[in-house]
Design a binder for this molecule. Sequence first.
Ligand SMILES: [Zn+2]
Length: 72
Amino acid sequence: MSMKLAAFKRGAQAAKKAMGPLQYGVNGKAFVCACCGHDKFTAGVAPMLVLNTLTCAQCGHVEFFGKEPPIL
Ligand SMILES: [Zn+2]
């Protein structure tokens, strides 16, 4: 990965964090926490598993995805 691309990705992640928890979806349908029903998540990456995660902003439940679900 080039230095410019790495810097861009860091900037994009910082911008997402500044916006706070967001609503994500799979196939255009809002993703809802299986534990509490909340619909706002913080996106992240599990470093050891190399999987994308959505962490429920209300209860902390973590879901894993092979790629980051799009923001709705
Ligand atoms: Zn939840």
